[in-house]
Design a binder for this molecule. Structure first.
Ligand code: NDP
Length: 462
């Protein structure tokens, strides 16, 4: 007889949802977590990042307000106030997570888990001592951790984890990477008054997104004052205790007091004792699971960032829902990875649902592309460089809208709504028949009449 029906290792977004749902099915559940409850998203990811984005937007808003008649004097910014207010809010959320688990009836075990077999877990308790627990099923949801390439001086650099607790802000920063975290933190630092250089090894930021929008984002970041270096890489970091310069492959030295590596996150599978089980890892350390989230060890399942599908909080939560329904419910809560919307909280925001144009053209050989670009109304009196870019992709053979991409203010809010229409299979005729909300940027989605580019049989036809 095992101690529990289910042991969940990791109290992040996926693990907590799974534990609560399993407890709701009357199962005896333990959740093991060594760090603060809530995982990456709550503690060093989505939530504090968004708070920092809000903070960094004020500098532009102060400037914009002048055209509307406001005079705000000489604004000044105090980093410790933001950092500590943010930390207080995160601690409040940690408490909510504890209460959610307590109220569900799950046992929270504070410590670090190591698998000792298909049904056994050893826990090094946070307050000292050891516990051995057993369960019919074990769910691994330990997430990921920042990956940093080995460059000379890498120990002087920080990852996004440390960005939330910096003692002080530097005057100059170098951000390495061209993905979500790099562009988000480049915008945050720039908005908070840090002279920021973004160094990316490839030709287009946000390579996995629509390339046209990635290129436009580069223009916008540059116009906002970020020094964007494409096709470039940091080969060494100089300094003692603190960085003083980042050296590029070209030999150029970029003086800086902070180097942030945002070069991807890898599955947190090391040290979990997986070798005591039949579970299989990929070369990048992520866990192989089947369509039912089972590892090669049938009693052990895994969800979230550690299975390296889409490293997104809402995806981990949906995986948890599908898994627990399958284990203890009706088994009807299937989860499809198609048409998952996502947003990058760069400044301006970039949000998307469906395939990028460069991908869609292979998926839909008869593709109509609608693109519109305009100055946001706020800028008419407020000034500023930003443009809004919207792109709709339509499968001309069926008239179905297959993707929407947006760069500009409120892109995330806008695309979330469009994702429902696209998931529901809306046609371009549905979009055309929808009445716009005026004046809004979003009304453009339903007034796009002129095809910008046509692909026929996969070839550009105009
Ligand atoms: P990403 O995978 O988005 O980007 C990693 C970047 O680092 C890429 O530009 C990549 O280049 C570059 N890179 C990788 N290895 C090296 C290297 N050795 N040297 C130089 N550059 C390198 O990862 P992030 O770290 O930005 O974020 C991790 C994950 O967290 C994301 O994938 C996302 O799923 C999630 N996340 C989601 C957010 C959201 O929903 N808003 C916000 C933040 C994170 P290349 O493109 O050439 O491979």
């Amino acid at each position: 007889m095992n101690d529990y029906d289910l042991i969940v290792v990791g109290a992040g977004s996926g693990g907590v949802r799974a534990a609560r749902l399993a407890a709701g099915h009357g199962k005896k559940v333990a959740v093991i977590e060594g760090r603060a409850l809530g995982g990456t998203c709550v503690n060093v990811g989505c939530v504090p990042k968004k708070l920092f984005v809000y903070a960094s937007q004020f500098s532009e808003q102060f400037a914009t307000s002048a055209g509307y008649g406001w005079s705000v004097g000489q604004p000044s910014f105090d980093w410790p106030t933001l950092r500590d207010n943010k930390t207080a809010e995160i601690e409040r959320l940690n408490g909510i997570y504890q209460r959610l688990l307590d109220n569900a009836g799950a046992d929270v075990v504070r410590g670090w888990a190591t698998l000792a077999g298909p049904h056994q877990v050893n826990v090094a308790l946070a307050d000292g001592g050891q516990r051995q627990l057993s369960a019919d099923k074990i769910l691994l949801a330990t997430g990921g951790q920042p990956f940093m390439p080995a460059v000379p001086g890498a120990e002087l650099a920080v990852s996004s984890d440390q960005m939330f607790y910096l003692e002080q802000l530097p005057e100059r920063a170098v951000v390495v990477g061209g993905g979500y975290i790099a562009v988000e933190f480049a915008g945050i630092l720039n908005g908070l008054g840090v002279a920021t250089t973004l160094v990316y090894r490839g030709p287009t930021l946000l390579k996995a997104f629509d390339h046209e929008l990635g290129e436009r984002l580069t223009d916008e970041l540059t116009a906002a004052g970020i020094d964007v270096r494409l096709n470039s890489d940091v080969v060494a970091i100089h300094g003692s205790g603190q960085p003083t310069a980042a050296e590029l492959a070209s030999g150029e030295q970029l003086p800086c007091g902070l180097v942030l590596y945002a070069t991807g996150r890898r599955a947190a599978t090391a040290g979990l004792g997986l070798e005591q089980t039949g579970a299989v890892l990929r070369d990048n350390g992520s866990l192989v699971v089947d369509e039912r989230f089972a590892t090669a060890e049938p009693s052990i399942h895994a969800i979230g960032d550690m299975i390296d599908r889409l490293q997104l909080t809402p995806v981990a939560i949906r995986e948890a829902v599908a898994l627990i329904d399958q284990l203890y419910g009706s088994g009807s809560a299937a989860f499809s990875y198609a048409d998952i919307p996502t947003a990058v909280f760069s400044q301006p925001e970039l949000a998307t649902v469906g395939s990028a144009e460069q991908v869609a053209v292979a998926e839909y050989p008869q593709l109509d592309v609608y693109v519109t670009e305009f100055k946001p109304m706020l800028a008419t009196l407020g000034g500023g460089h930003g443009k809004i870019v919207m792109k709709l992709l339509v499968d001309a053979s069926s008239d179905r809208v297959v993707a929407a991409h947006m760069l500009g203010e409120h892109a995330a809010e806008t695309i979330q709504g469009l994702a429902i229409a696209i998931k529901a299979g809306a046609s371009k005729a549905h979009f055309d028949a929808t009445v716009g909300i005026h004046p809004s940027a979003a009304e453009e989605w339903v007034t796009l009449r002129q095809v910008t580019r046509r692909y026929r049989d996969g070839v550009l036809a105009n």
